[in-house]
Design a binder for this molecule. Structure first.
Ligand code: SF4
Ligand code: SF4
Length: 78
């Protein structure tokens, strides 16, 4: 039987982000990293790492759940 792995994708709203890093700590695949370019509020926001393409986001939504600023949206695809 073919493996059915849910693939996900996240979008981070860099202007909402306050750079708390919680999402980075929680992602099991380490797909979120620091963007050293400041956003309009003066924080170094989170961004999706290039690794997302190789390793793949599972769509587990842990990053979105932990984000206090509701800056992450998770999309799931089959
Ligand atoms: S949905 Fe899960 S796997 Fe995907 S970036 Fe967020 S924590 Fe990581
Ligand atoms: S948890 Fe939210 S506010 Fe904190 S770094 Fe991640 S996206 Fe930014």
């Amino acid at each position: 039987m073919a493996e059915k792995r849910v693939k996900g994708k996240i979008l981070i709203d860099r202007e909402r982000c306050k750079g708390c890093r919680l999402c980075m700590d929680v992602c099991p695949n380490e797909l979120i990293e620091v963007d050293n370019t400041l956003n309009k509020k003066g924080y170094t926001p989170a961004r999706v790492s290039e690794k997302q393409k190789e390793k793949g986001c599972t769509g587990c939504a842990q990053c979105a759940l932990v984000c206090p600023e509701v800056a992450i949206e998770v999309y799931r695809a089959k």
